[in-house]
Design a binder for this molecule. Structure first.
Ligand code: IPE
Ligand code: IPE
Ligand code: MG
Length: 237
């Protein structure tokens, strides 16, 4: 394990365009998702070599239940397959895995695999890989607010304790730094309920390519572009 910690670099990705990638090839949407899952494997590995310390991937939003039953079921079985096939490799590469989002409506077998992978990898520190599954920023903020209200009722917190820092700790991302760079593929210019609280000072890069075509060299180029930016955080520098 690494004792000298690198500077924090948190990259978050809205992996969009699997459906369009498949459509363009006259394939069914699920083929695009399968190709997208392959990309995840490559991008996780590439992150280790690019000094990325935290990688957060938007895999399924609270709004994605609006898709056909077949597509939702296909995505859920891809998530299961990903965990089963990648666990050992993730552990071997010292990668800590976390899941954010509301787990309660997920299949208990999937929840079991998620819990198991989090437990298996909890002491790893080469990279923190966070997978946003049934994640919605507004839903996360409401769940955090409910937890805080409960604590206030129990007398564990008082109104004046509620600062942005304390609020952050009640979000699913409580143990994570804010994302430095948020990438969205497929040429869409919106955030679709991804990390609204955490992203107030994130840098955005919108890439034209669909997620299955987002290769390591585009990834590298994106990080370079991010590094050339001047982050002022409201100051006059
Ligand atoms: C992203 O690709 C994957 C998920 C949202 C699960 P899409 O499925 O949204 O692909 P497009 O946007 O329809 O092309
Ligand atoms: C955002 O993509 C969610 C994920 C990438 C998991 P969507 O395809 O669901 O977003 P919209 O519907 O185009 O805004
Ligand atoms: Mg989409």
């Amino acid at each position: 394990m690494n004792s000298i910690k690198n500077e924090i670099l948190h990259v978050a990705i809205i992996m969009d365009g699997n459906g369009r990638w498949a459509n363009a090839r006259a394939l069914e949407r699920l083929k695009g998702h399968a190709k997208g899952a392959e990309r995840v494997r490559h991008i996780v590995r590439a992150s280790l070599g690019l000094n990325v310390t935290h990688l957060t991937l938007f895999a399924f939003s609270t709004e994605n239940w609006r898709r056909s039953e077949r597509e939702v079921a296909g995505l859920m079985s891809l998530f299961r397959a990903y965990i089963i096939s990648e666990s050992a490799k993730l552990q071997l590469n010292d990668i800590k895995v976390l899941f954010i989002g509301d787990r309660t409506p997920l299949d208990p077998k999937l929840i079991f695999l998620m819990d198991e992978l989090e437990t298996l990898t909890k002491s790893n520190d080469a990279l923190t890989l966070t997978i946003a599954l049934n994640y919605g920023g507004r839903d996360e903020i409401i769940r955090a607010t409910k937890q805080i209200v409960k604590k206030v009722k129990l007398g564990e917190l008082i109104e004046n304790d509620i600062t942005p820092e304390v609020f952050s700790l009640h979000l699913d991302t409580g143990s994570l730094p804010n994302p430095d760079l948020i990438i969205r593929t497929s040429g869409e210019y919106r955030t679709s309920n991804f990390l609204p609280w955490q992203s107030v000072y994130s840098e955005y890069v919108f890439e034209k390519v669909n997620w299955p075509d987002f290769n390591n060299s585009i990834y590298e180029k994106t990080i370079k572009e991010f590094k050339s930016r001047n982050r002022r955080y409201g100051s006059a520098k």
